[in-house]
Design a protein around this ligand. Sequence first.
Ligand code: IVH
Length: 668
Amino acid sequence: MNASPAERAAWLRAELERHNHLYYVLNAPEISDTEWDAMFRELVEIEANHPELATPDSPTRRVGAPPVSEFPKHRHLVPMLSLDNAFGEEELRAFDERVRRFLESDDPIEYMVELKFDGASISLTYQDGLLISGATRGDGETGEQVTDNVRTLRGVPLRMREPIPGTVEVRGEVVMFKDVFARLNEMRSARGEQPFVNPRNAAAGGLRQLDSRLTAERRLSFFTYGMGYGSVPGAASQSDTLARLRELGFPVRPEVRVCLGIEALVAHVEHVQALRPSLPFAIDGVVVKVNAFDLQRQLGFTARGPRWAVAFKFPAEQAMTRLNGVLWQVGRTGVVTPVADLEPVFVGGAMVSRATLHNHQELVRKDVRPGDTVIVQRAGDVIPEVIGPVLDKRPEGAETPPEPTECPECGGPLSRKEGEVALRCGNKACPAQISAKIRHFASRNAMDIEGLGEKLIERLLEVGLLTDLPSVFRLATHKDELVSLDRIGETSASNLLAAIEATKTRSLDRLIFGLGIRMVGERTAQDLANAFRSLDALRHAHLEDLTKVPEIGPKVASEIELFFEQPENQALLDELLALGVAPVEPEGPSSARLEGLTFVFTGKLERMSREEAEAYVRSHGGSAAGSVSKNTSILVAGPAAGSKLEKAQKLAVEVISEADFFERYFVE
Ligand code: IVH
């Protein structure tokens, strides 16, 4: 028996939230992102066709709502307080002593130790288990209601798995993962936009977007750390509360730990500190809370915050060093970036001698001048950054370096696209660009060409043996010249050529990444390889095919389209293929049986989800598009097909049933 739309929608909602919970809370996904997306789209479609079936806790609310002009104010039922800080072991011990003195206790205290997330705090209000509002901290008393934005955070339950009766506030922190942050900044720099200084700003800014679709794009995460108003029934301690909240569907980090007494506490704090660099998001310390609620009540509050908790801050990962100068570096897309040339200094677990200054505006804003002593920080534990100068130590006569007008490498004129801060060298033959392109192509995460490092690339460019990406593979026909270069012997030349030969069959995603398409990082390259499965399918993909790949937004898609639209890039690919480059395609069935055919699927499919059908078409060299156009070869229409069917009929596009599709095109 067929389910009614209402039944189907209810089932999809429950399943989607169940899978969300498996993914975000239990860390144990059972289905792929693609399967999730397929169910999600089906639900979107049902709700669009039957608006009366849409509910406030539907996962479809997570994609964002139309923009608002401002956020309503939200008064917290219980104020959002801040915590006293403790720096170093001594201050932590002093906290423990204060607690025991106040409680007049000689016994060891039970403490709950949690990560101190470096993000933006939010307060979620639930009414009988249903999320009714999400608000920022604001001044602690009153925040802003950013409910639509909060709904886009996949870790935030829209409904508790078991409702707590009445009104309660669940509190936690919104963070941006380091890899998401790196990718976002990569994209912003490529677009000539100001990169974010740290993940916290990116998360806080993301929460306050007036258009919640932009919040959704930031891919923020949420972790719970406790309650505001109300409590979890039956919980007598902070550890009970978090354990129970986890069962109700809230993400709680596994690093939380109950420690009995100060020695256990100190040891665990050290453990977390060692863990810090390997966490996928930034923390700036741990929060230590007296675990038992009856003790918390006895301890109470001072004017500043609770007596029962303290924020133990890890040492700032900052250092001072001398700015020797500012270098202007030409990247592979021609963007000219100022880079701080620093006296090497150890900070945040690594030696730092270079740090990006992003662009000239930023350099002026930070007011850093060669000769200055500057503060260097490793933001988000990875990217070294110059925070600013120590003005007391500024030498006389230090001046802000001017912005160059000519390319520091080729002398060509520099220009700036309207509305962008990035300065560019437009000379496609600029040796610095070519060198950067080849370096990127050969780099470890791209084609990984062993032995083809920066110095050798420079040398081979100088003598004209390297001129572009294909020239890497032409080196094989210039072995004698290679050997005759100083410092390259017969053996190392042979090794290099063998290494180059071996990279011809690197995986498709590595090749895509190596091409250096703007805004296409490693992950996007993997997404593309998995979605299109062959270089041929990718290089002929239309914008609509690209935007259908989960994770690829319209801007990235149009950059990719732009890249493949350029005849010189198509020629470059032809040349690489002619030289024997044969990327290994992702595993799975593959053939070119459907090459040249563009399919559109509409209506309800019985045997496969639309997503699966599309993947099948792509894996056999065909294209799958989201809308009907004159380029559509075949529309596969299931029951309840609507406007796409009409359009296909108008454009005289062939329409077939799902059964026809299987009969004609499907081969196991
Ligand atoms: S408890 C009264 N727990 O740190 C207790 N806060 O200075 C209030 N934070 O703005 C907070 N991780 O956003 C608590 N595990 C954690 C936390 C945490 C991060 C933030 C919170 C607050 C600030 C407190």
